[in-house]
Design a binder for this molecule. Structure first.
Ligand SMILES: *Cc1c(COP(=O)(O)O)cnc(C)c1O
Length: 404
């Protein structure tokens, strides 16, 4: 551990690096929670969250992590005994539907395997086959953080429309929001769930549901509603404290304000473009490593990859060893690999993940790639040299090309 001094760095797919500006904004005395600044702050946050989600509907903020938003999305729209269709492209839709099953919802799975996005033709067939329209909602993730697959949400909406199927489209953007393009309104998403600790650069503790018009129709009939998660009280309740069903998460709100200010100053399109360039740099490094040996991206087709996280395959046991070396010798935490072959889900010793979401620039990313490169050399993991050079060339080239 001779090298491990200096600043520690997390390269995991959430929680992501917290900017100093966000930390500083949270370092302040407790505010007045009844009137004045806090009330104005919260109203502004809703406007700017909608801006980031490209949504013009209602949004709700909860004290909670992503799992809380999952549960809230289900209680407000569904009833015991309803059926939902889960589009499985890794692990994360299953997390959501585990909750649904616990709540008495019947889950039908369409599993597209550990390294492929939703196949729209298969989805279309499944929707057409549901003649009685028993499926009340289609649940999917934008980025699946385990496989690092990115799903075509507009295409999934297209399949629902083509089938003339009235199911709600519910999308988990916990890993993708403020990392890559997402268009709540124009892609026709009915419910979107997100959380603050990934692209939104704020310590874990806030989560969100974005509510489209059609979701409110489902809300009326939902019999799983409970008071804490209830949308109507939070959106329409006359008193400020109803927005949070009690005390607001004061310091998280200041942190999120600062993070949204940073995103707005950078420009949402620029934020997406930065993530795209950084993701391509990671992929170039992985491709270079893989010229010799077993290392490769879990998702073969770059067009099907997330811009927020990359899952990397190695020979058995090597991923775990690389992670360990990076943590011990370099102060870099790489993401654990989540087992993609079982429904129960443990860790995989032949997968690791690099999160490239949120507050990130080339030295941070190149530092991570460099640490992983050293780990491979130190551990005798078979790989080709030149990964950092490949990443560097991508950064230089893509910055120079106008946005596409
Ligand atoms: C991180 C993540 C979650 C879970 O969020 P928690 O805050 O850990 O509950 C759910 N879905 C996706 C896509 C994620 O990336």
């Amino acid at each position: 551990m001779i090298l491990n001094q200096g600043r520690d760095h997390v390269s995991i797919p959430g929680p992501s690096v917290i900017p100093e500006r966000v930390l500083s904004a949270m370092h302040r005395p407790a505010p007045n929670i009844y009137e004045g600044e806090m009330v104005d702050l919260v109203n502004g946050l809703f406007d700017d969250l909608n801006h980031v989600a490209r949504s013009s509907g209602d949004a709700v903020m909860y004290i909670g992590n992503g799992h809380a938003a999952w549960e809230a999305s289900l209680t407000n729209t569904l009833s015991r005994g309803d059926t939902v269709l889960a589009l499985v492209t890794g692990r994360f839709t299953r997390g959501w539907t585990d909750q649904a099953e616990f709540m008495g919802i019947t889950v039908e799975n369409l599993d597209f395997g550990p390294d492929k996005p939703v196949d729209l033709a298969v989805l279309l067939d499944a929707l057409k086959a549901d003649k009685k329209q028993r499926i009340k909602a289609v649940l999917t993730v934008h980025t699946d953080t385990a496989s690092s697959v990115c799903n075509d949400i507009a295409g999934i909406r297209g399949a629902l429309d083509e089938a003339g199927h009235p199911a709600l489209l519910m999308v988990d953007c916990i890993a993708s929001l403020a990392c890559e393009r997402f268009e709540m309104d124009s892609w026709g998403v009915d419910v979107m769930v997100a959380a603050c600790q990934k692209g939104l650069m704020t310590p874990p503790g806030l989560c969100f549901t974005f509510i489209g018009k059609k979701a409110w129709d489902f809300y009326k009939d939902a019999n799983l509603k409970t008071p804490y998660w209830d949308w109507d009280r939070r959106v329409n309740g006359p008193a400020f404290h109803q927005k949070f069903c009690g005390t607001p998460p004061t310091h998280h709100l200041y942190g999120l304000r600062e993070a949204l200010d940073m995103i707005i100053a950078e420009g949402l399109e620029s934020v997406w473009r930065r993530h795209k360039i950084l993701a391509h740099a990671v992929w170039a490094a992985v491709d270079a490593w893989g010229e010799k040996g077993a290392i490769q991206c879990q998702v073969a087709d770059p067009a099907e990859r997330s811009l927020a996280v990359t899952t990397i395959k190695t020979a058995d046991g090597e991923a775990a060893a690389i992670r360990q070396w990076c943590a011990d010798e370099a102060g870099v935490t790489l993401g654990v690999g989540l087992d993609l072959n079982t429904a129960i889900g443990g860790q995989s010793s032949s997968l690791f993940r690099i999160g490239h979401m949120g507050h990130l620039n080339p030295p941070m990313l190149m530092g991570t790639l460099g640490a992983a490169d050293s780990a491979m050399k130190a551990l005798g993991v078979e790989h080709a040299s030149g990964a950092l050079d490949a990443a560097s060339q991508v950064l230089a080239r893509m910055v120079a090309v106008p946005a596409d």
